[in-house]
Design a protein around this ligand. Structure first.
Ligand code: FAD
Length: 361
């Protein structure tokens, strides 16, 4: 394990294949899904990430299975409003930024700018790096700090370009751009997808590009692929925040202490998105992490309400069904009953025989 943690994922790819085209495709796919370059993460993290996507094959945007199945229609706002409907607005308390979390033998407290909340347990679902912005009393363990300090964020931004007409169609092009070469790239774009709605006459391309590059560089690269008309959009919008500020997944430069990520404190259950083992970095991964955390908290507080499936989630292979204490009536009745009948038969006949013998004599 340590051996894999000591080399970065780029060196690992160089080691396992000499086919540059294969390395390029894997590198760019990882970059588009995670916003990180393999050289920035440890190869152990890369392997764990591949494991969480149930194999590297699922990472390619090839069809509606794999990574593609997590593309959220209507964006996160849509998810938020649906969740609000299910949970009920009255059960959700909007809060400002959490600045302090402290606990003792009796309860745990969470402080925001203008409120204080107390509870029996707290399920922590923010990112691990967020622990650096929150004061913990008592302080977090060294392992926890090492994990958060080993996380790395990439540099990618989101852009959207609107055009008057779908000029790419004149050249029989789809409008989608996947940049797969890792060396001598001709611009900052990693991917650009055609998300036009022809019925609404909206011709929109949206993509991901390196954070420190400007609009002109992005449009020039689009012009290279789609034609010079790309230089004159009717609208161009860039997200002000980097994708990582908007919650793109974090990578790990070293997995040192990572095995402690789910070790709960007495009053905190750790359920950060980085604890996900399935579809790391997607909504699905965050849901898995949150669900596991909730089951852990219930396990500590109200274990009787958990189902076997719940227990299987938090401690697979640890469900021990106790063997039944077999008493005389439940044990091997198929043998016991015939044996008793046979004994009665023998006793009755023996008795008959003895009484007959005594009469005769
Ligand atoms: C542009 C973009 C597109 C994406 N597209 C997809 C997609 O199509 N499919 C997919 O599965 N995933 C997608 N993702 C990833 C997905 O958004 C994340 O995996 C998911 O949002 C993580 O959910 P979460 O609940 O862990 O974090 P979040 O949804 O980010 O929620 C965390 C919340 O905590 C708040 N917060 C942070 N710190 C504090 C603090 N100290 N106190 C109080 N509140 C705090 C944040 O403001 C935020 O509202 C996308 C990400 C980006 C950036």
């Amino acid at each position: 394990m340590e051996e894999y943690d000591q080399i970065n994922a780029e060196d690992f790819l160089n080691k396992i294949t000499d086919k540059k085209i294969l390395r390029d495709v894997i590198t760019q796919t990882f970059f588009l899904n995670c916003g990180l370059h393999p050289k920035d993460v440890s190869s152990l993290f890369f392997l764990a990430y591949c494991n969480s996507t149930e194999g590297i094959n699922n990472q390619f945007h090839k069809n509606t299975e794999g990574m593609q199945q997590f593309i959220i229609e209507g964006g996160l706002e849509n998810v938020k409003s649906k969740l609000t409907q299910i949970i009920g607005r009255d059960s959700i308390v909007p809060i400002s930024e959490i600045s302090e979390i402290c606990w003792d033998d009796y309860c745990i407290g969470m402080k925001t700018r203008d409120q204080y909340f107390f509870a029996n347990k707290l399920i922590y679902t923010l990112s691990e790096t967020e622990t650096n912005n929150i004061k913990f009393i008592p302080p977090l363990s060294d392992e926890k700090n090492i994990i958060s300090n080993n996380l790395v964020t990439g540099t990618l931004k989101n852009f959207q370009v609107v055009y008057e007409r779908p000029f790419w169609q004149d050249k029989n092009l789809s409008g989608d751009v996947y940049v797969m070469n890792t060396e001598n790239k001709n611009g900052p774009i990693g991917i650009c997808l055609n998300v036009s709605k022809a019925e609404e006459e909206t011709y929109l391309l949206t993509g991901l590009a390196e954070q420190d590059k400007n609009k002109n560089e992005i449009l020039e690269q689009l012009a290279f692929y789609l034609g010079s008309e790309a230089l004159n959009p009717t609208e161009y919008v860039e997200s002000k925040m980097s994708l990582f500020d908007q919650r793109f997944p974090q990578g790990c430069a070293s997995m040192n202490c990572f095995e402690c990520i789910r070790v709960n404190d007495e009053r905190i259950v750790w359920a950060s998105p980085e604890t996900a083992t399935n579809w790391y970095g997607t909504i699905s991964g965050s849901i898995q992490a949150g669900l596991n955390g909730t089951i852990h908290a219930l396990h500590d507080l109200h274990p009787n309400i958990l189902s076997l499936d719940d227990i299987e989630i938090i401690s697979p292979n640890e469900i021990v069904i106790p063997t039944r204490n077999l008493d005389v009536f439940s044990s091997k009745w198929q043998i016991l009953i015939p044996t008793i009948l046979l004994s009665i038969f023998v006793v009755v006949n023996l008795k008959k025989y003895l009484s007959k013998k005594s009469v005769n004599s």
